[in-house]
Design a protein around this ligand. Structure first.
Ligand SMILES: [Zn+2]
Ligand SMILES: [Zn+2]
Ligand SMILES: [Zn+2]
Length: 158
């Protein structure tokens, strides 16, 4: 792989760097970030490096193609169909539009009971890796957009 050049000004791109939020990007060597004015001087081309989606050993329930694991820019995870794409010209999804958001996992916590209502607690891990204990009676009413059941939650640090 040779040196990549900027599509805007044809200068070589800088080596990829990882931003504070863990994203990878390459900036144009003809551009300079000025921390005082918080602006880029020169060429402002930036190429975001998106990791390749991970292939899953699962098939799309809609069309039977392979599913891939994709992570959004906000760190949310989803399974989507490998045949899906994005048509930049028409701004529409092409191919299969199957998407399954991964919202986290729930594990039982044997022997731990909710201090509010006495029902068993469960360990819930969110999609971005935060963990909390919550009451097993807790749920979400999609139609009313309201939590249902007991609202006890205890976030775990670290
Ligand atoms: Zn450039
Ligand atoms: Zn599909
Ligand atoms: Zn409870």
């Amino acid at each position: 792989m040779g040196v990549e050049v900027c599509p805007k000004c044809n200068s070589p791109l800088n080596a990829p760097i990882v931003t504070g939020s863990g994203k990878k990007m390459q900036s144009c060597s003809a551009g300079q970030w000025n921390p005082e004015t918080r602006e880029t001087t020169g060429c402002d081309y930036i190429k975001w490096l998106v990791p390749d989606p991970e292939k899953l050993d699962e098939k799309c329930p809609k069309c039977g193609a392979d599913l891939v694991l994709a992570v959004t820019r906000f760190g949310k995870k989803m399974k989507k169909c490998s045949t899906s794409g994005w048509d930049k010209a028409t701004k529409t999804v092409t191919g299969c539009d199957y998407i399954e958001w991964i919202n986290g996992t729930t594990e039982p916590l044997p022997g731990e009971d909710c201090p509010r209502c006495g029902n068993p607690l469960v360990l819930y891990t969110t999609a971005n890796g935060k963990r909390m204990k919550k009451c097993s009676t807790a749920g979400w009413d999609k139609e009313a957009k309201k939590p249902t059941g007991c609202e006890y939650v205890e976030w775990l640090r670290g």
